[in-house]
Design a protein around this ligand. Structure first.
Ligand code: ARG
Length: 466
């Protein structure tokens, strides 16, 4: 009886262990990279005289066939294999026989998975960069159309000084530009080939690692075999860059949500990017912006998770590292989805320019300029600050803006005011006068827009993709 029970228990445990250990459910995502890496490996093995030309040709043909069959749906990647590497190798042997058993010569799954993950990540760095670039193009278009759309600039979410919509959007343009620079850096730092590192200590076969690296578009081979199989820095760096992109998107979403609220009405999100309520018929909710903001947590989670997984791993490969995949794949897909949706939402969003302008008028955003006006007339700044403070109080009482006061009312608070004050503190003047580099004045903004246009005309990864 015990034996029967014991046998049953052992069998069940084995199945659980197998499932716990297997990675095919997620590493099938890089079957293309696995096959491309294997092809480069055997081409190099033949060049080095380790495989014959016939063996190499048979393996390349077999691998190409597997890729085609997976792509056209005749070959399913199923969970009967432990991982994508076993799936490819088993299918190869089934197709071409004994030659297939030579594919893994001078290679370990440790350097193989390090290669696959690196190639997959490298491809996605370029894909994410392309999506950020598309977003930048949309933002630049909004900027070009709105260099004279006045709106309040905020600090502490309180109206501070007038800016333009072009200027406000331009702030995000800079953020996403930096995100692209980070991606470019990561790409170049990670673009070295780990294949040939073997399990951890290289191999005794005379591999040409430079050749394999060049076949796969890498700048060269990695220089330490133990580091090669256990380095996941590039995953962490990529997740960090993705987290920063999400942080930027999330801040932007927060603003869109505020701007779209009934109280602000600065913007109206297009129907196609809004959702309704099942109970309240009047509702048009900014769900897309909220979801992007919400999904930021998920991407940060992936970063923290992998940082934590990696922190205690001794050299060289350990199975912990299999945990680098699911969350990274999820984070990449999440960020790509968010970038695409956010871009569409921005492209179709309507800006209520008169509402924005009125808000800037009514919020005393020209108070600093009114104080500066007095300073020009000889009043010390501290006194001017206090005079305008009184003026603001007076206006709050009357529920009007400084511009609405008559010259007599202004003079009753300070005799220094003259007719030219209206021109000096008009919204247009307040913004137009701000002409230092990076300021909202339309002329200064035009110069920046020109720089951004030239920036968008060139892509850092055109060369790498060739
Ligand atoms: N599935 C493994 C991973 O994702 C592949 C490498 C397996 N190597 C090994 N020695 N078990 O990391």
């Amino acid at each position: 009886m015990a034996q029967l029970w014991g046998g049953r228990f052992t069998k069940e445990t084995d199945k659980l262990v197998y499932n716990f250990n297997a990675s095919i459910s997620f590493d099938q995502k890089f079957y293309v990279q696995d096959i491309e890496g294997s092809i480069a490996h055997v081409v190099m093995l033949e060049k080095q005289g380790i495989l014959t030309k016939e063996e190499k040709d048979a393996i390349v043909k077999g691998l190409t066939g597997i890729r085609q069959d997976v792509e056209n749906g005749t070959l399913q990647i199923t969970e009967e294999y432990e991982d994508i590497h076993s799936f490819v190798e088993a299918n190869l042997i089934e197709r071409i026989g004994d030659a297939g058993k030579k594919l893994h010569t001078g290679r370990s799954r440790n350097d193989q998975v390090a290669l696959d993950m690196r190639m997959y990540t490298r491809m996605e760095v370029i894909a994410v960069d392309g999506l950020v670039k598309t977003l930048l193009e949309t933002l630049l278009k909004i900027m070009e159309e709105n260099t004279e759309t006045y709106m309040p600039g905020f600090t502490h979410l309180q109206k501070a000084q007038p800016v333009t919509l072009a200027h406000h959007i331009g702030a995000y343009f800079e953020m996403f530009k930096r995100d692209r620079l980070r991606l470019k850096d990561i790409y170049h730092r990670m673009n070295y080939c780990p294949l040939g590192a073997g399990a951890l200590a290289g191999t005794t076969y005379p591999l040409d690692r430079h050749y394999t690296a060049s076949l796969l578009g890498f700048e060269g081979p990695t220089l330490n075999s133990m580091d090669s199989v256990s380095d996941r820095d590039y995953v962490i760096e990529f997740l960090s860059a993705l987290s920063t992109i999400m942080m930027h998107l999330s801040r932007f979403c927060e603003e869109v949500i505020i701007w779209n609220s009934n109280e602000y009405r600065f913007v109206e999100i297009d129907d196609a990017y809004s959702t309704g309520s099942s109970i309240m018929p009047q509702k048009k909710n900014p769900d897309i912006a909220e979801l992007v903001r919400g999904k930021t947590g998920r991407v940060y989670g992936a970063l923290i998770s992998i940082l934590t997984t990696m922190k205690g791993i001794p050299l060289a490969y350990n199975k912990d590292m299999q945990e680098d995949k699911e969350l990274t794949f999820d984070a990449i897909d999440t960020v790509k989805g968010c970038l695409a949706l956010f871009e569409g939402m921005m492209r179709t969003m309507k800006f209520n320019k008169p509402v924005m302008e009125k808000s800037a008028m009514m919020g005393f955003t020209n108070a600093t300029d009114a104080a500066d006006y007095l300073v020009v007339k000889g009043v010390p700044f501290r006194d001017a600050h206090s005079i305008i403070g009184k003026l603001v109080l007076y206006c709050i009482d009357k529920n009007c803006s400084i511009d609405d006061l008559t010259i007599d009312e202004l003079k009753s608070i300070s005799p220094v005011f003259e007719e030219d004050v209206y021109e000096a503190i008009s919204l247009k003047t307040c913004v137009e006068k701000r002409l230092t580099v990076g300021a909202p004045g339309p002329d200064a903004m035009q110069k920046v827009i020109q720089i951004e246009k030239e920036y968008l005309a060139n892509d850092w990864h055109n060369e790498e993709e060739k």
